[in-house]
Design a protein around this ligand. Structure first.
Ligand SMILES: [Zn+2]
Ligand SMILES: [Zn+2]
Ligand SMILES: [Zn+2]
Ligand SMILES: [Zn+2]
Length: 182
């Protein structure tokens, strides 16, 4: 029997690492705010080191040819992708201002695409690189636009699929990718 010392929830069924994760991020922690701020700062610092800081880039909408700017981390910016200025110009499922047209689909191609985009085969959030999985933000495995595919370790991947931790992992991804994420 394992009860969280802060919220008393029964953690018996969780693996040791998920249990440790719960304790670390428990909403009932008296120092939760400071823990959150430290985590956020550490995450931003490591993302800055891995992919550079956010910069504005001028790009052209592939549909209406309008010039607009996108705010993307230096090493994640790829001028060769297809940009859309608006949802209506994207006009495809899951399209957003930064959406990129679908290329080929299939597991191997989106894995390769993700590794190429992020320049490493490691978890976006924690950097773990021994076993990694690809997660689709909108859960649509045919939507392989940049910003919809993220690399996660099994732990963070499991967390994003659990309603209890999902928002927490998504907000970490937003801190790392900014507006780039779908
Ligand atoms: Zn707790
Ligand atoms: Zn447009
Ligand atoms: Zn991870
Ligand atoms: Zn997933």
């Amino acid at each position: 029997m394992h009860l969280c010392k802060y919220c008393q929830v029964d953690n018996t069924e969780l693996s040791i690492s998920l249990r440790a994760n719960h304790t670390r991020w428990c909403k009932e922690r008296p120092d939760r705010k400071e823990v959150d701020e430290l985590h956020s700062l550490a995450l931003i610092k490591s993302a800055n080191n891995r992919w550079g800081v956010f910069k504005d880039y001028d790009v052209t909408c592939s549909v209406c040819k309008k010039l607009f700017s996108v705010n993307v981390r230096e090493k994640l910016f790829d001028p060769n992708v297809t940009f859309h200025c608006s949802k209506s110009c994207a006009n495809t499922k899951g399209g957003n201002a930064l959406s990129i047209k679908n290329g080929s689909t299939g597991r191997s191609s989106y894995r390769a695409r993700a590794f190429k985009m992020y320049g490493s085969k490691s978890c976006l959030i924690c950097g773990f690189d021994k076993v990694v999985e690809i997660h689709h933000i909108d859960h649509d495995h045919d939507n392989n636009k940049w910003g919809n595919i993220v690399i996660l370790c099994p732990n963070h991947h499991m967390m994003i699929h659990r309603s209890k931790y999902s928002e927490e992992v998504k907000s970490d991804i937003k801190r790392i990718l900014g507006g780039w994420v779908c």
